[in-house]
Design a protein around this ligand. Structure first.
Ligand SMILES: [Zn+2]
Length: 53
């Protein structure tokens, strides 16, 4: 695990920038206690043939 495995997501509740490990389906905000669903990876990154990066 390194910095390249950390993504950012804006909290759906309080707009705080949340950090979460790549591959997580959702991220929990410790500020407002809202669980924000993480959007799927961009199709330009995810290979549509084999589903590997
Ligand atoms: Zn929040």
């Amino acid at each position: 695990m390194g910095i390249n495995n950390i993504n950012q997501q804006v909290c759906g509740g309080c707009r705080t920038i949340l950090l979460y490990p790549r591959g997580a389906a959702n991220v929990y905000c410790a500020v407002c206690n809202v669980v924000t669903t993480v959007p799927p990876p961009a199709s330009s990154v995810l290979c549509v043939m084999c589903h590997y990066y």
